[in-house]
Design a protein around this ligand. Structure first.
Ligand SMILES: Nc1ncnc2c1ncn2[C@@H]1O[C@H](C[S@+](CC[C@H]([NH3+])C(=O)[O-])CC(=O)[O-])[C@@H](O)[C@H]1O
Length: 322
């Protein structure tokens, strides 16, 4: 499976950059993680390996994620079976040779709120908590030079590998690593994304500092997280669950988040979007059959979670490392 991660090509892409030594150490680090693995890893990777061979004749990454080319009914059935073997699919949607993966999240909606505020042309990008890598492909569609995603979830890695199977030559990599497993002071990426991760962190300012360590001087952070209304001293810490999630810690107001970013040493801090997450944007589908946002909101009042807290609202902030 390590071969599928395509680390040789990543090393070639990063040769001569400040990330060269890190890339050289990756095979050993990931090998050690694979040895521990996950109970379902073999099954998921078998699904990836069962994907039919298909030629991509049409590839759209800029405005949507769509691959197409000749695909007979038998191949499409095989493709569908392999992709269904990787359920649940949370981030997307993906259109692959006539198979529409209707994911839990309309991640394309989030990307349309984020992308207009960025210049990714030829940038070397890191996406922390990249999930199945949906945004990595869209970043390439927006002109990024190379994209590396890290996420410790093995299912999401296999979902990424399923798409990479059809785009083997694009400069996109998914590494099964947590942010804490990156070396300190990498200082090699032009743009670092952290979307949907900060509220899961118990030490949010340390998270911002770790993200800053990954950036070169002058590099840009793109931060997306749950926020609440209020002034620069307003932060919600749920007593227990938030929208049924157990691992939610800090939901700052936008001014508080801006202050945290400045305290962490970022400059040019700017909030470019605030949106309430709708039940059309996050919901159960055939590709993700568990409960989803509509089940986590107060049925009588969708402006509140089941716990009586403000319903999920997400902000996108950009900031620069001086
Ligand atoms: N320590 C960690 N280091 C790196 N990743 C982690 C860590 N812990 C958890 N994750 C990963 O962070 C992701 C959070 S989801 C956001 C996905 C995407 N970014 C999105 O914006 O849709 C939350 C959401 O749905 O909003 C998951 O894929 C975890 O496996």
């Amino acid at each position: 499976m390590i071969a599928a991660l395509d680390l040789d090509a990543l090393q070639q892409t990063l040769a001569g950059s400040p990330l060269q030594d890190w890339a050289a150490d990756l095979p050993a680090q990931i090998d050690a993680k694979l040895a521990v693995g996950h109970g379902d890893l073999q099954r998921w990777y078998a699904a990836v390996q069962s994907l039919p061979t298909l030629n991509v004749e049409r590839q759209e990454l800029r405005d949507q994620l769509l691959l197409d080319g000749p695909c007979d009914e038998a191949s499409r059935a095989k493709l569908l079976g392999a992709l269904q073997g990787l359920i649940p699919w949370r981030k997307g949607p993906f259109d692959l040779f006539g198979v529409h993966i209707d994911t839990e999240w309309r991640s394309d909606w989030k990307w349309s709120r984020v992308a207009p505020h960025l210049d990714l042309q030829n940038k070397r990008v890191l996406d922390v908590g990249c999930g199945n890598g949906y945004y990595l492909w869209r970043m390439l569609g927006a002109g990024a030079g190379s994209v590396v995603g890290i996420d410790p979830n093995w299912l999401f890695l296999n979902q990424f590998l399923a798409v990479k199977r059809y785009l083997p030559d694009l400069p996109a990599w998914h590494l099964p690593l947590a942010l804490e497993e990156l070396p300190a002071k990498l200082e090699g990426f032009d743009t670092v994304f952290s979307m949907g991760v900060l509220y899961h962190r118990r030490s949010p300012i340390d998270h911002l500092l770790e993200l800053k360590d990954c950036l070169r001087k002058g590099g840009e952070l793109v931060l997306e997280t749950l926020v609440v209304e209020g002034d620069a001293q307003q932060v919600l810490v749920p007593e227990d669950r938030y929208a049924m999630m157990r691992n939610v810690w800090f939901l700052p107001s936008v001014p508080a988040l801006e202050l945290w970013l400045r305290r962490a040493g970022f400059v040019d801090v700017q909030c470019v979007d605030v949106s309430v997450t709708s039940i059309e944007e996050q919901r159960a589908t055939d590709w993700m059959r568990f409960q989803s946002l509509p089940d986590f909101l107060d049925p009588a009042d969708h402006s509140r979670t089941l716990e009586g807290l403000p319903a999920p609202t997400r902000a996108v902030l950009v900031a620069r490392k001086p």
